[in-house]
Design a protein. Structure first.
Length: 377
């Protein structure tokens, strides 16, 4: 049984990309051959995987994705895959792993001119190809909030959705020696044991709200500010955000590490996880933070913020967003060590009694099921 996985961009630090590789590995263990195709490649291709960089032609990204989609579909007809699994929306998918938020809902928040662009027409058409009621694509759904949006805006039948739990990869869980591992990481970063380490993880800094985080750090009261460090792990134009930190006069309190593969060490070292995102379908980092016992401060727009609320392990700020509310929440969390210890206990208790780990296993099982049914039908 041959399966094809498609994505618009592969880079080593993305949550979607990590999920795709984990699901591919489980599909291979189930006896399938898996080939991964990507329109754009940043960094080295994944090792030990049948990976094809299939660059789309065009000046803009959306034109490249149109060409990628056409080229891949022609190739798929030749190869006769048992199923095609898309990790971004495009035509011709048997299954779609719904990691991206609803494009139509986001577009409606913008002015009418945005809906006249080629970019809008492309992504709207790609999304409709997946979620139209007449389509047959099985949707691997990872966000309750986004599922409701798709059903409301497109009328997608509920039976087309396969709901998946979160999935914390095993390499993000803290080992028994996590205390020493965290202290070692702090020493590398020059952060003292008596300083408060606030951690952000994620690439795409505007969407993740790094500017919001810098503003909140600037607003911390003086006595708290002096002993607080913000550590930002992720890939973006670091020079832009370093200059922003300098303008806000918080540069000496902020560490930008770039993309890292050793996120577990940062989770072990941190006191608080911060995720003030503008847009986030799920937010896998929130689950990883819970599993590490970290209190979490997150915006309510994030799909997995529901787990922070259910756990009672931090603060979820309401929408519409307010910088003042975020600032106050961070100041409160930074000032109350006993409350942070209580949130930590609640986080670990929630993880111990919840299914937060089997996303990849259940996704792989559904993919194999759909592929077998397609082959038999």
């Amino acid at each position: 049984m041959k399966l094809a996985f498609t994505m618009f961009k592969y880079f080593p630090y993305g949550g979607l990309q990590r999920d795709a590789l984990r699901i591919a590995e489980l599909c291979r263990k189930a006896g399938a051959e898996v080939e991964i195709y990507a329109a754009r490649l940043q960094g080295e291709p994944p090792a030990g995987v049948d990976f094809t960089h299939l660059p789309g032609r065009g000046v803009t990204h959306h034109r490249q994705y149109i060409d990628f989609s056409r080229r891949f579909q022609a190739l798929a007809r030749e190869k006769g895959f048992a199923a095609v699994v898309g990790f971004n929306k495009m035509p011709g998918l048997d299954l779609y792993f719904a990691a991206d938020p609803c494009f139509l809902a986001s577009a409606r928040q913008k002015g009418p001119l945005a809906r006249l662009t080629g970019r809008y027409r492309t992504f709207a058409a790609f999304e409709k190809a997946v979620f139209d009621p007449a389509a047959e694509t099985v949707i691997l759904s990872i966000s309750e909030l986004q599922k409701r949006l798709f059903m409301e805006l497109y009328g997608t039948p509920a039976q087309r959705f396969c709901d998946l739990p979160p999935g914390v990869p095993a390499d993000r869980l803290l080992p028994p020696d996590s205390g020493e591992m965290g202290r070692e990481l702090r020493r590398e970063l020059g952060i003292r044991d008596d300083e408060l380490m606030i951690l952000m993880v994620g690439s795409g800094f505007k969407r993740k709200g790094v500017d919001r985080a810098l503003q909140a750090v600037k607003a911390l009261p003086g006595e708290i500010s002096a002993r607080t460090r913000l550590v930002v792990v992720g890939d973006d134009d670091l020079a832009v955000y370093r200059k922003m930190a300098q303008r806000l006069k918080v540069a000496e309190r902020v560490v930008f590490t770039g993309g890292r593969t050793d996120v577990t060490r940062f989770l072990a070292a941190a006191d608080l996880f911060f995720h003030p995102a503008r847009q986030e379908n799920t937010g896998g980092g929130l689950i990883e933070a819970l599993a590490a016992g970290l209190p979490v401060l997150v915006t309510g727009v994030c799909g997995y913020s529901v787990h922070i609320e259910r756990a009672g392990a931090g603060i979820v700020t309401p929408e519409p967003f307010s910088q003042e509310v975020l600032n106050e929440a961070l100041s409160r969390m930074a000032a109350e060590p006993e409350q942070r210890r209580d949130w930590r206990r609640k986080a670990l208790d929630y993880v111990s009694r919840s299914d937060l780990f089997s996303l990849a296993e259940k996704a792989a099982a559904k993919i194999i099921e759909v592929a077998k049914a397609k082959r038999q039908g």
